[in-house]
Ligand binder design. Structure first.
Ligand SMILES: [Zn+2]
Length: 61
């Protein structure tokens, strides 16, 4: 499995698609990224399995 995986996340406010790198060795994680278009924070919950990223969920405010 790749240690670093790239995921695409769509901003729930403006629809901008952001690409993020995820370090799979850190296990399940929550990342907050500021949208480059509308400046709103987007919180993403990432679940890691043995094969890498298994799910990406955008958490609503
Ligand atoms: Zn946005």
């Amino acid at each position: 499995m790749n240690i670093l995986e790239t995921i695409s996340v769509q901003c729930p406010s403006c629809g901008e698609v952001m690409e993020l790198q995820v370090d799979c060795e850190e296990g399940n994680q929550e990342i907050t990224e500021e949208c480059p278009v509308c400046d709103k924070p987007v919180t993403i919950a990432i679940t890691i399995s043995d094969n890498g990223v298994s799910s990406v969920e955008i958490l609503a405010d």
